[in-house]
Unconditional design. Structure first.
Ligand SMILES: Nc1nc2c(c(=O)[nH]1)N[C@H]1C(S)=C(S)[C@@H](COP(=O)(O)O)O[C@H]1N2
Ligand SMILES: [Mo]
Length: 162
């Protein structure tokens, strides 16, 4: 179980990573973010900063965009590297356990201080659930965030169940 790869980092990096939960748990204290409820009161769990993960992978000079992939439901978000690097957190545990699927687990991406839904690059919609892959590219990659109010409403309804 602990040898299962749960998150891959690839694209324009020096060292593509295939991380297990053990790898994420083992990031140094300086890379860990304890208790995300301190900035998202309704969310829980501990994370590793995106910055620390990207440092380990080594960012190539031509990389400008980060694409967050959720293979589980085919949801993707692509955002400029600079801002997301400072704000991104990969939530990978809750105490000794993991986030539930309902919470977007087992691994969920969180933007530290997102704008409200549908209002920019680093909005709440970029809080990607079921995160499975982080890809670095020169140009903007796949982004399936809804663009209209109607599409948005529909996605939120589908996400919160019947
Ligand atoms: N994998 C995945 N992540 C996703 C979505 C989705 O449909 N699939 N919806 C996004 C949108 S549009 C929003 S606003 C937030 C909502 O997060 P919440 O349900 O925890 O409030 O999750 C984002 N992350
Ligand atoms: Mo959203």
């Amino acid at each position: 179980m602990s040898k299962d790869v749960v998150l891959t980092i690839d694209g324009l990096v020096e060292r593509p990573l295939a991380l297990t939960f053990d790898d994420l748990d083992a990031f140094p204290e300086s890379a860990q973010v304890a208790d995300v409820s301190q900035f998202h009161p309704k969310r829980r769990g501990d994370g590793v900063t995106l910055d620390a993960i990207l440092d380990r992978a080594g960012i190539q000079a031509e990389a400008n965009y980060v694409t967050l992939h959720a293979d589980r439901d085919g949801f993707h978000v692509s955002v400029p590297l600079g801002p997301i690097r400072e704000q991104g957190i990969v939530v990978h545990r809750v105490g000794e356990g993991r986030l539930t699927i309902e919470e977007g687990g087992p691994i969920r991406f969180l933007v530290r201080d997102p704008t409200v839904c549908n209002t920019g690059e680093l909005d709440e919609c970029a809080n990607v659930k079921y995160l499975s892959r982080i890809e670095l590219t020169t140009r903007r990659g796949l982004d399936t965030r809804p663009t209209t109010e109607a599409e948005h409403e529909a996605l939120h309804r589908a996400q919160s169940g019947p």
